[in-house]
Design a protein around this ligand. Structure first.
Ligand code: SAH
Length: 352
């Protein structure tokens, strides 16, 4: 079955023509899909056409199968179900300036970072453009009268640059005139640092914010937690970041998860500052979200503050990531994992 959410407006128009429908149906259906409607809700199509479409195609390939609301803040974690029985996570965070949705780009991940829950069972498959869009549409439906998703961060499970073509198409779907129209300046793409793809991204002319998961001040430490660091040393990674800044005029954000006993001492902050000096960038400190299966330690509040102050003294722009949804398995891959484990215990996973 064709997944219509994967198609842009021109492709959907062509598809309608192939099926013997008038071309204007393409735009009609496209609009409905981006408004989150399923065939039943497409009220300007005849009942018989809606029934006919149901037998040929899927409009909305994603649905919410579980949601957990934080008791501390307005964060909601979704478990999104896909057509083939797989599931991915997303997190909706509501700030005073609007709603931000963190989406997944793959089922699992094959990058193997030692602190991350998404990668524990490897990558099952990449998401299609319509599935990524579907996560956004689910969140919009959930919000209803309370608004729409304004900002998107590609920081759920998966490595966006390991699913390059689908992610690029998804980004272009966001700014289609008859679609959800989320400006790409409101989108952040986070990568563990696949250097050649970072050069490709810089040439796409898509004004997304690039976030790079750095997590270390040097190669030796980076290799301890991030296998990708063995493929691309830090000087190559930082050169790709400089290229991105030059090409797009946009600053790069460096994500830095503080891991106890690994990368959180003052000397590491000093070394990091020396590497980033003169770069148009910002550092986002994340106190490690401890993952049960991983033998890594978190850090104390004092350690975070000291690291931050050291960077500030050395004139590096830095903030700490607000910890939202701490009580709802907010970190990557944790909710999906818990659900898979529970399914295995009850035998539900065997049916999928
Ligand atoms: N693959 C992409 C995007 C997904 S992860 C990337 O690597 O950037 C989104 C961010 O969360 C990354 O910076 C990642 O390193 C970080 N992260 C993953 N697990 C974490 C954990 N347990 N604690 C803190 N940050 C974590």
């Amino acid at each position: 079955m064709t997944i219509l959410a994967d198609l842009n407006c021109a492709e959907l128009t062509a598809w309608c023509k192939e099926q013997g429908m008038p071309a204007f149906r393409g735009k009609q259906i496209f609009k409905w899909i981006h408004q989150g409607a399923d065939f039943d809700g497409m009220t300007n199509l005849s009942l018989s056409l809606r029934e006919q479409l149901k037998g040929m195609a899927v409009a909305q390939p994603v649905r919410i199968i579980d949601e957990r609301r934080s008791k501390i803040d307005e964060t909601v974690k979704f478990l999104f179900g896909l057509q083939d029985g797989n599931c991915v996570e997303g997190v909706l965070m509501s700030y005073h300036h609007g709603h931000t949705l963190c989406i997944s780009t793959q089922v699992g991940c094959r990058m193997g970072c030692t602190f991350c829950a998404s990668t524990l069972d490897g990558c099952v498959r990449s998401l299609t453009p319509g599935e990524m869009l579907g996560e956004v549409l689910c969140a919009n439906r959930y919000l209803g009268d309370r608004g729409r998703v304004h900002n998107i961060v590609l920081m759920g499970s998966g490595e966006p640059l390991d699913n390059y073509d689908n992610v690029m198409k998804f980004l272009r779907l966001l700014r289609e005139p008859d679609g959800v129209q989320i400006g790409l300046r409101n989108v952040s793409l986070s990568t563990c640092g696949i250097v050649p793809k970072m050069y490709d991204l810089a040439n796409e002319d898509l004004p997304v914010t690039l976030s790079v998961s750095l997590h270390a001040p040097n190669d030796e430490i980076r290799r301890q937690t991030m296998p990708i660091a063995k493929a691309y040393p830090m000087d190559q990674l930082l050169a790709a970041c400089r290229n991105y800044i030059d090409k797009t005029g946009r600053r790069v954000i460096f994500e830095y998860a503080l891991v106890g006993g690994v990368n959180c001492e003052e000397k590491h902050a000093v070394e990091l500052a020396s590497k980033l000096r003169g770069m148009q960038c910002h550092v986002n400190l994340i106190p490690l979200n401890v993952v049960e299966e991983r033998d890594l330690k978190g850090v104390t509040e004092k350690t975070v503050r000291r690291f931050m102050e050291t960077l500030e003294k050395l004139h590096i722009s830095v903030t700490r990531r607000r910890e939202m949804g701490d009580d709802i398995e907010g970190a990557c891959g944790q909710l999906r994992r818990k659900t898979l484990q529970a399914d295995q215990q009850t035998g539900k996973g065997d049916e999928a």
